[in-house]
Design a protein. Structure first.
Length: 89
């Protein structure tokens, strides 16, 4: 069985100016999503999850929100999760 992988991507979300406050609030509450900055019409976010599919699903969810004009993935990184050492008993 393959080791679990950890995935993170960055994305730019373009938002209609009048919808920014609501979109920022909703996006900021999504599991695995963190807002890192933005301006009057854009949010810079990272999305974390255990698969590319999970990241893509979350990006699609953001893209379909009322007031979002576009949500575009900019970068994705994946790596094997490290096994934690077993404590000696």
């Amino acid at each position: 069985m393959p080791e679990p992988r950890w995935h993170v991507s960055s994305a730019v979300v373009t938002v209609a100016p009048e919808a920014m406050a609501e979109v920022r609030d909703v996006v900021g509450r999504l599991e695995g999503v963190e807002i890192h900055g933005g301006d009057a019409t854009r949010l810079i976010v990272t999305i974390e999850g255990n698969s590319t599919g999970t990241l893509g699903d979350r990006l699609t969810e953001i893209n379909l929100m009322k007031g979002v004009l576009a949500a575009s993935m900019v970068f994705e990184h994946a790596e094997e999760t490290e096994e934690l050492p077993c404590p000696l008993t």
